[in-house]
Design a protein around this ligand. Sequence first.
Ligand SMILES: NC(=O)c1ccc[n+]([C@@H]2O[C@H](COP(=O)([O-])OP(=O)(O)OC[C@H]3O[C@@H](n4cnc5c(N)ncnc54)[C@H](OP(=O)(O)O)[C@@H]3O)[C@@H](O)[C@H]2O)c1
Length: 284
Amino acid sequence: MLGSAVIDTLRADQCEIVATGRSVRGEAELPMDVQDWGSVRATFGEHEPDLVLHLAAETNVDLCEQEPDHAYACNAFGTENIVRACGEQGAVMVYVSTANVFDGEKREPYNEYDTPNSINVYGRSKHAGECIVERSLDRYFIFRAGWMVGGWEIDKKFVYTMVQLCREQNELRVVDDRFGSPTFTADFATHMMAIVNSGRFGLYHLANKGTASRWEIAREIVKGLGKGGEVDVVPISSAEFPLPAPRPRSEMMKNLKLQLLGLDEMPHWKDALRDYLEENKDRK
Ligand SMILES: NC(=O)c1ccc[n+]([C@@H]2O[C@H](COP(=O)([O-])OP(=O)(O)OC[C@H]3O[C@@H](n4cnc5c(N)ncnc54)[C@H](OP(=O)(O)O)[C@@H]3O)[C@@H](O)[C@H]2O)c1
């Protein structure tokens, strides 16, 4: 989901790109399993990257909970391999992380100086990846994203699911006790590259402005699709919708460091959502 938006941004910047994936499909032109050190080392040796954008992860939060060894193999050990290869090549590394590293108890949006304490395996394995990057490299960026949105039908997460349900049903039941910061992949990719190009290494939160509950986002989707009179969005509690992995009450984030640097130009999520729905309105 994020990889496609990042590649679009890099192409627009006329960068020479080598796109890898677990297999050759979508944008990925070369196979490289991040868990396979031999494959990582050979790929880095052949292409000698200056900048490595490490987006690969096991992002299925429930699968991570059910198969923790797999989660750590991909999200922590896989990251360790990329870190090692960046160290050997002298490449700058970008690691994309998540608001899931926090326990969700804070009432205000999390900033970069809050202490991670994830309540699920996905978040702990992503935080383990962060720690490996921070302690092994000097020239790195870590960008934490919120609830990612992008790619329309390749989005297996919340927004496209709601769009589909909206087209099929006249009532949506959506949790109103989980809060986060929507993060549109196109906005994330362009702002991430602007910060990378500034050369100011470190950890950043990078989400669209504003926070919302899942229910509020669903309501905006219904409105944006012009279905306000037809589809009811009914608030429910997350207790009515049990999932294998616990979700933090809050994944709300603020881009405090970017604000302090005068660089927080991420649009508000409502504006980004309106544009996203408008751009894609004729797609299935
Ligand atoms: N989605 C969100 O809401 C969210 C929020 C915050 C941060 N993030 C982070 O953002 C990054 C990008 O996530 P995304 O949303 O774009 O998720 P995604 O669509 O699931 O993309 C993850 C990619 O990683 C690949 N991958 C998985 N295991 C791999 C391995 N062992 N070797 C090589 N590639 C592997 C997957 O390939 P297959 O398709 O073959 O499995 C997939 O293409 C991740 O680091 C994620 O943790 C995501």
